[in-house]
Structures are given as structure tokens and as C-alpha cells.
Design a protein around this ligand. Structure first.
Ligand code: UTP
Length: 295
């Protein structure tokens, strides 16, 4: 099997109800972290891992993601006329980062259904799936790179990316039933259970929004019946793949920020702001003063 991974699918069609009212007019994936939308941190992570083609799954109400990654000649020309070449360069570079594709998910039938929407574009290529609201900080190696390495090392079989979570929180995630430890970060899987009760969870290894698949997952998704919450669950299709050809869990290193959640998003904003040297000192001074007011 060819183990090359040059495609990424980014599901971003969800309503983002936890972020209302802002998500009435703006996608949560477009919420700003310093000066870039959340989803662009994921796009950069994919590019850094050698991905060349990015498929966004969007709803028919969301055109802001497409607008961001499309050419804007008017804005570009305006910047050139104003002799603001650096800004013109930024505007010009965004659509050139990768080959971008858009698939519309007409009904919110779940993450598995969202991934299936990419079938006709991705065809028989291997691909990464990254949820549009889960970001990592990757000064060294990104989570997607770690997953792609494991995919190559393990014969192009499904890789589920995640980390250990507090067992009290496992009911929010897909939980791994581990077969055996393969190396420092990789485990073969016996099964996977979507959002189990704490008492029923086979482990505290949680699936956290990143996977690598070969194209067999599409066939599996086509036959997956609605599961928990009446949605077509990606986890259910993976459970079936585990039985048929096996799959692995990779405990990725980078710190993850859940930007689908308000607190997680705020943590990401502060973290990525503090990384920016140009205002780090002033921002720390400000934070110290603010924190004193509320402690
Ligand atoms: P979430 O369940 O976190 O997104 O899905 P949501 O439904 O927008 O969140 P809330 O609960 O209403 O606030 C994780 C990712 O999968 C995408 C979402 O856009 C998000 O990036 N997703 C989810 C889809 O693309 N389609 C779906 O049917 C469900």
C-alpha cells in the first residue's frame, strides 16, 4: 500500500452553538487568535507535515472560510496603491498556501458524515482529518507529523491521535481499548468507544480531533448507521476498521487547545499571544495587573 499522505480534510460545518451569539454570523473556526483565524493554525500544522491539498467541510451558511482562503484582488490592489507591499504580500500568499477544496455538508449528521462528504474529492488517497476547532502548538514536531510517521511505520493503517485525559472527562471523547504498546507513543487497538461513561471506559486514552486514514474509511462510513445522538459517528466506522484491518493510537506530544470550548479558546489566545515577542513584555505586565484584580 502507498503510505504517502498529502491530503487533509478539515470538518468545519458544525453550528458552534457553544459559542453563540458570535456563531450566528461567524464560524467558530474563524475566531481570531492574535491575527489569524483558529482554522489557519490547523492549516499551518498540515502544511508543516507535507500536506498539499486541503478539503474544508463547510455548511451552506458558512462562506467566511472560503473567503479567507480565496484571492482578493481588490484588497491586494488597494494595498499596492497605498505602497503597503508587506500587507499586499500577506493577502496574496494565503490562497497560494495549498490547493484548497470545499465540500458542503447539507445536514449536520455528525463528524463521520462530514468526513464522508470529502469522498469524491479525496478519492483513493490517504488523508489526515483534523477537526476545525482543535489546535496544537508545535515548535518542534507537530501532532499531524507524528501521526503521519506512525501511519508510514504501521503499514498505512488507521491512526487515531490523542492524549491521556482525566478519567472524569473521558465521557466527552472517544476512548481507546488498547491491545498492546508498540513503541513510546504508539499502541495497537482492540476497540474504540464513543463517549463512554467513566465506569465503562476501557482507558483514559482519548481521541482528540486528529486521525490518519487510508481510503477504506469511506466505504466503512457509507455503511455506518447513525449511532450516539443519531449522528454518523467516525468512531463507529473506526471500530469496524479495527476489526477488519487493525488500527493504532498515537499519544501525540504537542499541547492541545480545544477551541470549540470557550475556556479552551481563551487559553489558546493567551498562549499564542505570549509567544509573540513584539508584545510579550507589555502583555505580561497587563496580565499580571489584571490577575491581581480578580484573585
Ligand atoms: P463539534 O461537535 O465540536 O462542533 O464538532 P459543533 O457541533 O459546531 O459544536 P457545538 O456543540 O454546536 O458548539 C467538532 C468539529 O467537527 C465539525 C465541527 O465544525 C467542528 O470543527 N463538524 C461536526 C462537522 O463538520 N459536521 C458535523 O456534522 C459535526
Amino acid at each position: 500500500m502507498n503510505n504517502k499522505v498529502e491530503w487533509a480534510v478539515i470538518p468545519a460545518a458544525g453550528r458552534g452553538t457553544r459559542f453563540l451569539p458570535i456563531t450566528k454570523g461567524t464560524s467558530k473556526e474563524m475566531l481570531n487568535i492574535v491575527d489569524r483565524p483558529t482554522i489557519d493554525y490547523i492549516v499551518e500544522e498540515c502544511l508543516n507535515a507535507g500536506i498539499k491539498n486541503i478539503v474544508f467541510i463547510v455548511s451552506e451558511y458558512k462562506d467566511d472560510i472560503k473567503k479567507y482562503y480565496s484571492e482578493d484582488k481588490k484588497f491586494y490592489d488597494e494595498m499596492i496603491r497605498a505602497k503597503k507591499d508587506d500587507f499586499a504580500k500577506i493577502i496574496d500568499s494565503i490562497p497560494k498556501k495549498a490547493n484548497f477544496y470545499y465540500c458542503i455538508q447539507k445536514e449536520m449528521l455528525g463528524l463521520g458524515h462530514a468526513v464522508l462528504c470529502a469522498k469524491d474529492v479525496v478519492k483513493d488517497n490517504n488523508f489526515v482529518v483534523c477537526c476545525g476547532d482543535d489546535i496544537v502548538d508545535f515548535d518542534k514536531k507537530s501532532a499531524v507529523s507524528e501521526l503521519i510517521d506512525a501511519f508510514s511505520k504501521n503499514g498505512g493503517k488507521t491512526i487515531v491521535g490523542g492524549q491521556e485525559v482525566d478519567l472524569n472527562n473521558i465521557s466527552k471523547y472517544g476512548a481507546m481499548d488498547i491491545k498492546e504498546k508498540i513503541d513510546d507513543v504508539t499502541y495497537s487497538l482492540k476497540g474504540i468507544i464513543e463517549k463512554p461513561k467513566k465506569e465503562e471506559a476501557p482507558s483514559n486514552f482519548a481521541s482528540l480531533g486528529k486521525w490518519v486514514f487510508n481510503s477504506h474509511i469511506f466505504e466503512e462510513l457509507e455503511h455506518t448507521k447513525p449511532g450516539k445522538g443519531g449522528e454518523i459517528q467516525l468512531t463507529d466506522a473506526i471500530a469496524s476498521i479495527i476489526e477488519k484491518e487493525g488500527a493504532y493510537f498515537v499519544n501525540f506530544h504537542p499541547t492541545r487547545y480545544d477551541c470549540g470550548d470557550k475556556l479552551g479558546y481563551l487559553e489558546a489566545v493567551v498562549h499564542f499571544a505570549l509567544k509573540r515577542e513584539e508584545f510579550r513584555k507589555d502583555f505580561i505586565d497587563f496580565l499580571e495587573k489584571e490577575v491581581k484584580k480578580y484573585k
